[in-house]
Write a protein that binds this ligand. Structure first.
Ligand SMILES: [Zn+2]
Length: 325
């Protein structure tokens, strides 16, 4: 049997040990190289794009002044790590820990590993999820000849059954539900990328699927009536999961693999995922699923580069309170 990828040496190209041994200059140089790859890490002004910058650091973190617009900036200015409080090496360490956690990592565990507060780790985790999600923002999957699997996975709104049988209610009935149940709908191009979104029911996802799956794709889905409307736009193959998981080449096995990873993150790491943030966890697990064959050094570089490419976080800068929407 072929060796599992994660057991091979090729999967390990960076380690927490290597990051924690970096000195200040090496950690900043690593961040700068990934932020400004086109100049091999030489600073580029985030305000005007000017490439001639003076070093105006007075000890501590690096700081530059742009010759063209005379404004100052640091390597993290205009990124998700703007106004950072931790040492840059600790952020790089956090990213190694985060990409190595193939089923996700809880903020409490990250807090213990980094020696920061639970709130700080929670915010950091969500910034990293935001960076992962940005990779597929607005992207489409499929196209002529491509197969796209569509499926849904219900999360949350669990009702604990009463102890005594006579007190138990029929949890399938709408009046006995909490209203917190949501469905993650995944569209996954076979051997390609996974896109996710969150709805109250599968029926609500048709507009999302039409917007994100190219015409000409063949959609594989189960027999739920929720997907019937897609027939007007796409060729479809349906699989009745009560009879077989795969029949005459119709299957949603790749979408199911993604959901297995999401379930493991929910049950094994986070225990409870609030509906408000479910879309972020779904995007995180899609990123992990799509890049599961990449070496961890590649994942690290990709995620640092995404952090650097994302402007300051909309939801998680200077606040940690929940915001609706
Ligand atoms: Zn400038």
């Amino acid at each position: 049997m072929a060796q599992h990828f994660l057991l091979s040496a090729a999967s390990r190209t960076i380690s927490l040990k290597a990051v924690l041994r970096m000195d200040n200059a090496e950690a900043w140089a690593t961040f700068r190289r990934l932020r400004w790859p086109e100049t091999q890490g030489e600073p580029v002004c985030p305000h005007c794009g000017g490439c001639i910058c003076y070093d105006v650091a007075r000890g501590g973190s690096p700081r530059y002044r742009c010759r063209a617009c005379r404004r100052d900036f640091s390597p993290t200015s205009g990124t998700l790590f703007a106004y950072h409080k931790l040492h840059v090496r600790d952020y790089l360490a956090a990213i190694v820990i985060f990409v190595n956690a193939v089923k996700g990592i809880s903020s409490l565990q990250l807090a213990r590993d980094l020696g920061v507060s639970a709130k700080a780790a929670w915010v950091l985790g969500h910034k990293l999820r935001e960076a992962m999600a940005s990779e597929m923002k607005g992207a489409m999957v499929g196209g002529a000849g491509a197969v796209v699997e569509v499926d849904g996975c219900y999360v949350g709104g669990h009702i604990r059954p009463e102890n005594r049988k006579e007190d138990r209610k029929d949890r399938r009935l709408a009046q006995h539900q909490t209203g917190k149940r949501r469905v993650v709908v995944a569209v996954r191009e076979r051997d390609g990328r996974t896109l996710t979104s969150v709805f109250r029911s599968e029926e609500e996802s048709a507009a999302f699927i039409r917007a994100r799956v190219e015409r000409g794709s063949t959609i594989h889905a189960d027999e739920a009536a929720s997907w019937d409307d897609l027939r007007a736009r796409y060729a479809m193959k349906r699989i009745n999961h009560k009879e077989a998981f795969s029949f005459a080449d119709a299957c949603t096995n790749q979408a199911e693999s993604f959901f297995a990873r999401l379930r493991r993150a929910e049950w094994g790491q986070h225990h409870h995922i609030s509906g408000l943030y479910l879309h972020r966890y779904a995007a995180e697990m899609a990123w992990r699923e799509d890049h599961r064959r990449d070496a961890n050094g590649t994942l690290f570089s990709r995620l640092v580069a995404r952090v650097a490419a994302c402007a300051q976080s909309v939801d998680f800068t200077g606040r940690w309170q929940r915001r609706a929407g």
